[in-house]
Design a protein around this ligand. Structure first.
Ligand SMILES: Nc1ncnc2c1ncn2[C@@H]1O[C@H](COP(=O)(O)OP(=O)(O)OP(=O)(O)O)[C@@H](O)[C@H]1O
Length: 412
């Protein structure tokens, strides 16, 4: 097996180790992971060892072969009549070089063959089917109304796997606030993916602002709807570049957005000094009161806490004033009080925006207009929170089991 094929598992293992280090240590599994790492390094080292053994084997054989070849040429030059001294010298130097050249040709041939792995991988990537880029371009003002209608939607992750959404139907009026709840694996995130057509509908349809999204160009669809995903997406840069990658807003608007998500402490009077921010770029957690718009954000925002990352993403979404905003457990890592403040500011700032909130914490969705309860990929209940509570079905069971004290006060 080529050495390069055994090299990637070592890097993969190292990467997953680094990202899961706190969990591994907390679960006292360091030894298990160290042993796993050793076994992968051993596999790789075995390949490297054999590769160099083979190279040495080849080197010795070629040196012997070269010596024999040179000996034959020298004997021929000495014992053949009529071979001049210059011709003998030329033949000897050529014979000495010839074996070296053959050796290097073979070494290079082996290297090329190994490097062909990269080409093989590139051709594999090229064969991955890409998303279609065709489709209708919706009018510039679309979606002027944030109305969403989902009709009998059936969605699966791959053609040969069973559907994860099975006949989901519901509608959201423009400007309404809808919560999607359900147990783990009920299909909440899959529904979000279907709204952005990351998962294509097997049957059924989704209408947004009166247009069937399956007919739209993907790029247009994804540009016009905002999402705050479960895992916040931040990139290497500053708070400013993360909030406003295209430089469309001024500092006042950016600070205002941070204020609205209760991250106003991120903007202090010492703003605009990038040195202040760079002091935190090394990855150490930052005190929330001391960062600036110019503060450096490390790769994936790792120098911010998870809650802070979620709030920066939320501020980014608020800036674009979307007609439709989907929040997939967007404040799951934020403490209860901050969550309540953020929820209030979302509601006051995005009055005409249709809000779809996917939540595990029921307190996040308890005062929304409508709740859709999913179970095993199907809608089992739908209605106003109070209505569902009084009905005594699955939602009220979830409320009882949640242990969130303030829920009952809000529902009764
Ligand atoms: N990438 C995937 N490939 C195949 N099946 C998947 C994939 N992601 C999720 N599923 C399946 O789809 C179903 C719904 O998963 P989904 O993530 O939508 O649930 P969820 O309600 O959002 O759960 P959670 O609250 O834990 O995020 C589950 O049965 C899950 O096993």
């Amino acid at each position: 097996m080529p050495e390069s094929i055994k090299r990637s598992p070592v890097f993969e293992q190292l990467e997953s180790l680094l990202s899961g280090l706190p969990t591994i240590r907390a679960c006292n599994k360091s030894h298990a992971f160290i042993n796993r790492m050793y076994s992968k390094i051993d596999d790789h080292a075995r390949c490297v060892w054999h590769l160099w053994l083979f190279n040495r084997w080849l080197g010795i054989r070629f040196a012997l072969l070269g010596a024999v070849f040179t000996l034959i040429v020298a004997s021929f030059a000495v014992y053949s009549p009529g071979v001049s001294a210059s011709l003998a010298g030329l033949a000897l130097s050529f014979s000495l070089e010839f074996t070296q050249s053959v050796f290097w040709v073979l070494r290079r041939y082996a290297d090329v063959e190994m490097d062909m792995n990269s080409l093989e991988r590139i051709s594999e990537f090229c064969a991955i089917p890409t998303e279609p880029s065709d489709g209708k371009v919706p009018p510039a003002h679309w979606p002027s109304s944030g109305q969403i209608e989902i009709r009998d939607l059936m969605v699966g992750y791959s053609a040969d796997s069973p559907p994860v959404l099975r006949g989901v139907s519901f509608a959201c009026d423009s400007g309404s606030r809808v919560g999607i709840v359900g147990r783990t694996g009920a299909g909440k995130s899959s529904l979000t993916l279907a709204l952005f057509r990351f998962l294509e509908a097997r049957s059924g349809s989704i209408f947004i602002g009166g247009l069937d999204i399956s007919t739209l160009a993907l790029r247009e669809l994804r540009e016009r709807i905002a999402i705050i995903p479960q895992h916040p997406v931040l990139w290497l840069g500053t708070i400013r570049s993360n909030l406003d990658p295209f430089g469309a807003y001024d500092d006042t608007q950016l600070k205002d957005a941070l204020e609205r998500v209760h991250l106003s402490e991120l903007v202090t009077p010492m703003d605009a000094s990038s040195e202040d921010g760079e002091a935190y770029a090394s990855g150490s957690p930052i005190p929330s009161h001391s960062c600036t718009l110019s503060m450096q954000v490390s790769e994936s925002g790792l120098n911010l806490s998870l809650g802070q990352r979620q709030l920066v993403c939320l501020a980014r979404a608020l800036l674009s004033q979307p007609k439709i905003l989907i929040m997939d457990e967007a404040t799951s890592a934020v403490d209860m009080d901050t969550d309540a403040i953020v929820q209030r500011s979302i509601r006051s700032e995005l009055k005409n925006c249709t809000l779809i909130v996917i939540a595990h914490k029921l307190s996040t969705v308890i005062d929304l207009d409508k709740i859709v309860v999913l179970e095993a990929g199907q809608v089992v209940e739908m209605g106003a929170p109070k209505e569902l509570w009084e009905k005594g079905g699955m939602f009220s069971e979830m409320v009882k089991q949640s242990g969130e004290r303030n829920l009952l006060e809000k529902l009764t």
